[in-house]
Design a protein around this ligand. Structure first.
Ligand code: CA
Length: 224
C-alpha cells in the first residue's frame, strides 16, 4: 500500500509518515501542489492524505489528478479548524473523509482502515453495526431480530450514517438525506433528531455510538 501525503508543515508530515511506515505502508511526501502533481504523474498510489492550505494552492485541487490516474483512490483531507468553510461542504463529491487538525494518529489510522474497507459508492443491502441490522431493501432497522420503530427522519439519519459508518458524514449530506427542499430547516433541527435517535439506539441496546464532529457533521461507529 502506497500513500501520498501532501502536507507543508514539516513536523506533521514527518509524524504522519512515521505512523504510516509503522503500519508497513510506503509513504511519499509532497509539501506543495507542484511536487504532488509530479509524484502523481510518476507513481500509482493507493491512498492520499491531502492538506488544504498549501503554499501554491488548495490540496483539494489534487483530487481530480489522483482519480484520473487511479479511479476510486481513497482521499482523506487533513483540514485545519479554520478551513471549515462552504467549500469543504462540497467535499462529499470528492474526498472520502477528512480529519480536522489537530487529530490523534490512532484516529487517522482508524479512518484509513475505514476508507480502505469501503469502496466509494457501494450501497450495501444489509448493514451490520453493533447489534443493529439495517436492511436497505426493506428500509428498516432491527436489533436482535426485533424491528426498531423509528420516526422517518431518524431512520433517514441512521441510514445515511450507517452507509458511511466509521467515516464522517457532512452535516449537509445528512440534511439532504433528512429534509426536503421545502422543509424549513432550523440550524439545530438535525441535532435534535440525532440526539433522539442516539437515545433510542442506546435504550434498545444497539451498541452504536454517534459522535458529533464539531463544525463538520457526525460519525457513527460501533461502541468499543
Ligand atoms: Ca498547510
Amino acid at each position: 500500500m502506497r500513500v501520498l501525503i501532501v502536507e507543508d508543515e514539516p513536523w506533521l508530515a514527518e509524524t504522519l509518515r512515521s505512523a504510516l511506515v509503522r503500519e508497513r505502508m510506503i509513504v511519499d511526501l509532497a509539501d506543495h501542489l507542484a511536487a504532488a502533481h509530479e509524484a502523481i504523474a510518476m507513481a500509482s498510489f493507493d491512498l492520499a492524505l491531502l492538506d488544504r492550505t498549501l503554499p501554491d494552492g488548495d490540496g483539494l485541487s489534487l483530487i481530480e489528478a489522483l482519480r484520473a490516474k487511479t479511479p476510486g483512490i481513497p482521499v482523506i483531507i487533513l483540514s485545519a479548524r479554520g478551513d471549515i468553510s462552504d467549500r469543504i461542504l462540497g467535499l462529499d463529491e470528492g474526498a472520502d473523509d477528512y480529519l480536522m487538525k489537530p487529530f490523534a494518529i490512532d484516529e487517522m489510522l482508524a479512518r484509513i482502515r475505514a476508507v480502505r474497507r469501503r469502496p466509494a459508492d457501494v450501497v450495501d443491502e444489509e448493514v451490520h453495526a453493533g447489534k443493529l441490522v439495517f436492511s436497505a431493501t426493506n428500509d428498516e432497522a432491527s436489533i436482535n431480530g426485533v424491528l426498531l420503530k423509528l420516526p422517518r427522519r431518524e431512520l433517514r439519519v441512521l441510514a445515511a450514517l450507517l452507509q458511511r459508518r466509521g467515516r464522517t458524514v457532512l452535516r449537509e449530506s445528512l440534511e439532504q438525506a433528512v429534509f426536503g427542499f421545502d422543509d424549513a430547516v432550523q440550524s439545530n433541527t438535525l441535532d435534535s433528531h440525532i440526539s433522539r435517535l442516539r437515545r433510542r439506539l442506546s435504550d434498545a441496546g444497539a451498541l452504536i455510538e454517534i459522535h458529533p464532529i464539531r463544525g463538520v457533521g457526525y460519525l457513527l461507529r460501533e461502541a468499543p
